[in-house]
Ligand binder design. Structure first.
Ligand code: DAT
Length: 179
């Protein structure tokens, strides 16, 4: 693989990814609050703009139209200063991100969160398997340079606070380098 050219943005873009229920949205919102980065909830955009290309009855799930999604987000991402939250990471252009955070949760914790969310048994099982097999982490490592991929535990409120603090420090260092 050729290393790709990451644009030298004055304010970076951060991707927060992970299995559903690992805490992406909650963590991203907190990061947005403390840092002033703008939270981009990709799942909500896909829903609102109907960026689907079909429906899989067997899996009771819509198929994402990746091209439409990338087109939809391109200008926003080019601006910089975005914190993007989505459960898959390999569909985005590598050049969009300066930091990729993969949130992880213990299986028991994740199970409780998905049950509370009212997911059906099949969906819970699918997501548990995804987390156990470290699918998102593996995809992140395949899709981005190793030095920008960070795996963080997200089981407790303390974990969340420390994750937010870590991102804040990373951002301060980035800003100092680009001042
Ligand atoms: P995601 O966006 O990854 O699907 P979420 O942010 O919606 O996850 O979180 C799912 C639920 O779990 C929500 O009720 C908040 C809670 N939660 C997430 N991360 C947590 C953490 N580190 N400690 C305690 N609760 C957490």
């Amino acid at each position: 693989d050729q290393p790709i050219e990451i644009p030298d943005r004055p304010i970076p873009n951060i991707l927060v990814t992970g299995t559903p229920g690992t805490g992406k949205t909650t963590t991203s919102e907190l990061i947005a609050q403390v840092t002033g980065l703008q939270h981009v909830n990709v799942g909500a955009i896909v829903k609102a703009k109907q960026l689907h290309e079909g429906y899989l009855e067997e899996f009771d799930t819509h198929v994402l139209d990746e091209d439409k999604l990338i087109d939809e987000l391109e200008d926003t991402m080019t601006e910089g200063g975005k914190i993007v939250d989505f459960h898959t990471c390999e569909i985005f252009p590598e050049r969009w991100f300066d930091l990729v955070i993969v949130l992880r949760a213990d299986t028991a914790t994740l199970y409780d969160r998905m049950e509370k969310r009212g997911y059906n048994k099949r969906k819970i099982e699918e997501n548990m398997e995804c987390e156990i097999m470290q699918i998102v982490l593996e995809n992140a490592h395949e899709s981005y340079e190793p030095e920008i991929v960070v795996e963080l535990q997200s089981n407790t409120v303390d974990d969340m606070e420390s994750n937010v603090e870590r991102v804040k420090q990373w951002l301060d260092a980035y800003r100092a380098r680009h001042a």
